[in-house]
Design a protein around this ligand. Structure first.
Ligand code: PA5
Length: 444
């Protein structure tokens, strides 16, 4: 079993009857998902995606990845939010944080996810003297951060190889039919890939949005999809033993007991961007109508030296969920040191993964003693298959969590507020009234 929820340390915080009491609501949520009758039922394409995905497009993704890997030194992936996080999360979980430095082949840099001029200039520097391609990803085709970076990078590419060759090196992942990006792609003849209508941004990593950059990183996307398909089977039936539902129930029960923060923690740094992906998935899905758990994350033991004090001893507002990676990508045998000058020989003659595990076990016991409810998501490894299964586990748990909270887990109306203010302050036509009002508020 690649992915499993282990609730053994939760026993002193949640009684079995509490799961039984909430279970009928889970049954309802499950039925609403299956029959597509709940909130946001236009956005349930992810449910069957691991088996119903477009096989023809999947083959084109592999072909495009092969071409990019053979004709480019650098791939710039421009996208933000759901059009960014999943791809980077999978690439770094599977290939490691330093894949660009360690692999000889294609370097993959993510951009268009900020308006920082420093970040953009650094990306431009990374293309100097390099053969590069661009994968621009935007479902709406109009997102400012991505569109602005793409405008600059497209010109850079055209200046470097000429417009005709540039058109063969720009890959657009966007809506099937509408939007500025789709129109531009049609006009210029760029290869295009589709973000399906019924899959929202944060559920899109297993569409072309994630699959093209992931395939470009040399990751086996068949394995990834197989893992997700296995997750769909495993977490597809409604029962108390469905681990995705147990995790969703745990979150909701703890929320009702006054916990307002979940900290997802992993002892593998390669999980850093998966943490970011999880934060978007749950934050955008649940945080509405003044409700929802605030998703936060840590990488341990690193963050035990920054957040450890608070988690052990600070306000009891949080619970923790640990992602326990059973088999690490690498291991390291610790040799004994003659003379034991650093006093560390008590760690010697074993693998470092054992030491890391003891750190995890020690932390679990300390934090639960400190009053932090703590569940564990066990994952066999961070290979493509298991990450695929883990993605599906989180998707399913998130959808049910949202329904348990009576919110629509598939929209994100709140994200628009900052955009409207930003457009008004920048003088975008149509926002004149708001501009005056906001500028008055900004006056001293
Ligand atoms: O989850 C979401 O829907 C958002 O995070 C979007 O993915 C993000 O805003 C980017 O949107 P788009 O793909 O339209 O550029």
């Amino acid at each position: 079993m690649a992915v499993k929820f282990n609730g053994k340390h939760l026993a002193k915080f949640i009684r079995p009857e509490e799961y039984e009491a909430i279970y009928p609501q889970v049954e309802l949520a499950h039925k609403q998902l299956e029959t597509k009758t709940g909130f946001g039922n236009d956005f349930l394409g992810w449910l069957d995606l691991p088996v119903t995905y477009d096989k023809e497009e999947f083959a084109r993704i592999k072909e495009a990845a092969k071409k990019i890997r053979s004709d480019s030194d650098v791939l710039l992936v421009a996208g933000i939010g759901g059009s960014y996080l999943g791809a980077r999360a999978v690439v770094e979980a599977v290939r490691g944080l330093y894949h660009n430095e360690l692999d000889d082949g294609l370097k993959i840099y993510f951009c268009g996810n900020t308006i920082s001029p420093t970040a953009l200039n650094d990306i431009i520097k990374l293309t100097k003297g390099k053969r590069f391609s661009i994968n621009v990803i935007s479902k709406s085709g109009t997102t400012t951060e991505t569109a602005l970076a793409f405008r600059v990078l497209r010109k850079l590419l055209e200046d470097s190889v000429g417009p005709e060759e540039a058109n063969k090196r720009i890959y657009a992942t966007t809506d099937r039919a509408k939007g500025t990006l789709k129109q531009l792609a049609n006009e210029q003849g760029w290869p295009t890939f589709v973000v399906p209508d019924d899959v929202g941004g944060r559920y899109s990593v297993l569409t072309a949005v994630g699959l093209l950059p992931i395939a470009c990183a040399g990751i086996d996307i068949d394995e990834l999809m197989q893992g997700a398909a296995d997750g769909r089977e495993k977490f597809g039936k409604c029962s108390m033993d469905n681990d995705a539902y147990r995790y969703a129930m745990t979150r909701n029960i703890l929320y009702r007991k006054g916990k307002s923060v979940e900290t997802l923690a992993c002892f593998e740094p390669d999980f850093t961007m998966m943490n970011e992906w999880y934060k978007q998935l749950f934050g955008e899905s649940e945080g509405k109508d003044q409700k929802g758990l605030m998703p936060t994350s840590c990488i341990f033991s690193t963050d035990l030296h920054s957040m450890g004090q608070f988690l052990q001893d600070g306000s009891r507002v949080m619970f923790e969920t640990y992602v326990d990676v059973k088999n690490t990508r690498e291991d390291f045998y610790i040799e004994p040191l003659e003379g034991n000058f650093d006093g560390l020989n008590f760690l010697a003659e074993q693998n470092m993964s054992v030491v890391n595990r003891k750190a995890m076990e020690g932390t679990i016991l300390a934090h639960t003693d400190g009053g932090v409810p703590l569940g564990i998501i066990e994952v066999d490894s961070l290979n493509a298959h298991d990450i695929g299964e883990l993605i599906y586990f989180f998707w399913k748990a998130c959808a049910v969590s949202g329904y348990l909270l009576s919110v629509n887990p598939f929209d994100q109306p709140g994200v628009e507020s900052y955009k409207k203010n930003m457009f008004a302050l920048l003088g975008k036509p149509g926002y004149e009234d708001r501009k005056a009002e906001l500028e008055a508020k900004l006056q001293d």
